[in-house]
Design a protein around this ligand. Sequence first.
Ligand SMILES: Nc1ncnc2c1ncn2[C@@H]1O[C@H](COP(=O)(O)OP(=O)(O)OP(=O)(O)O)[C@@H](O)[C@H]1O
Length: 470
Amino acid sequence: MEGYLRLIPSNASLVSTYSSISTSWLLFKTAYNQVIPKQLQEYVFSKFRYYFNRNPSYATFIIEDFWCGLGRNQLYDAARAYLSTKIGPENHKIKVGKLEHHKNVSAAIVEGGKIIDVFQDITITWRCTQEEQGTSIDNWKSKNKTMMLQGQTPSKSSYQITFDNKYRGRVQNDYLNHVLNTYEALMHGEKVLKLYTRLDRYEGERWKSVDFRHPATFDTIAMDLELKKAIVDDLDKFLARKDFYRRVGRAWKRGYLLYGPPGTGKSSLIAAMANYLNFDIYDLDLSSISSSVELRKVMLSTTNRSILVVEDIDCNSEVRDRSKIEDEEQLQAKKHAKSFTLSTLLNCIDGLWSSSGEARIIVFTTNHREILDPALLRPGRMDMHIHMSYCTTQGFRVLAFNYLGIRDHKFYQEIDGLVESTKVTPASLAEELMKSDDANVALREVVNFLKRKKGEEDQIEEENKRQRTV
Ligand SMILES: Nc1ncnc2c1ncn2[C@@H]1O[C@H](COP(=O)(O)OP(=O)(O)OP(=O)(O)O)[C@@H](O)[C@H]1O
């Protein structure tokens, strides 16, 4: 009995074992979190999740071209059209073709091809498949007899979609309806625009697209009317000059620099341009590119008739005015951190895009034009500099019409005076206008907000004056 009791660990040794295990675990966790980058952690976890959950939690829907031999499956046609809008630079092999009365060449995925789509938070993998091997032609004929009697010729293609089983209801109802609605839109000639962003190295370093349905148009942008007209005219003129660019041997491209404080509508203006031109958007985060070779590769994988957007270029140390970076060491470190500048980007674009023969637009945005490298601001680098400023009375009229649907109101006189004498962004006024659908209530909020803002600005002005006199 005594020997047996000796085998049972004492309370003290249990406590010490427990505390050494928990200390080691804490140490491991801290080291893991500090040493391994967040993205790599997520990647490793996703692989684990995928490995352990693979079979039980994945569901597959099959969409055949004919529905149970009764007739053409509309969902199949919708899927084919939908997938043609999802084809991206990562699909190296695609089918292309053109129907007699269609203007453009269409694209489709090849049998065996795969497309990954993301709908809301659901990842859906599409595969284009053929009828399984071994299906005899007689079986296949009898299966599709009804259609053949109707004079239709069934083919043997189908699409398979695979997704996490827990989203089955949402995929069946929401997602497939989304596919059908997109098809409808395409049939009515509306191109579904795409917004491309770059995946990082853990996700395969490629462009990923989502549908871009931003509602901004030139009608909804609150800005100086003359400037707005000048931008639209510039875009029209640019698009009409294909032959000119070819004749003079220049890349058919146009560059715009949008500058102004946050919330003045730079992103909204880009969306309005994309909607106006029917161009996809490529959103390039320059800080994720480490060499000019990589930059070239990235640029080569963008498509024609698109807008390349590089936002917040003032955050990129390389494009700031060097004379304004005081710390020479810091400058050197940053110089070595990247072997290209925005000028390199522009040169690279000139070289690559001159051979594409199609229209391309590049847009840079910045909140601080004054700290950009003057080399970038030289004439000929960016074709048009567009100042997005604080809200004006003209701009406020556009916002009020967007949000309340009214062109005039008894509060407008008071609002005009306040808008002209304060620095408020269209974004902050839009917030106030959203507070009520009732014009009286919403505009009262605007007046109160503007008075508060004016009071704050006057106070700061007073303080500055006082400090100057001290
Ligand atoms: N000029 C504008 N016209 C119409 N709406 C605007 C305008 N400016 C801002 N807004 C509204 O404010 C929101 C934020 O504006 P937006 O993101 O376009 O500003 P931004 O200048 O790009 O800001 P940031 O520099 O922070 O990216 C928009 O979704 C839009 O609803």
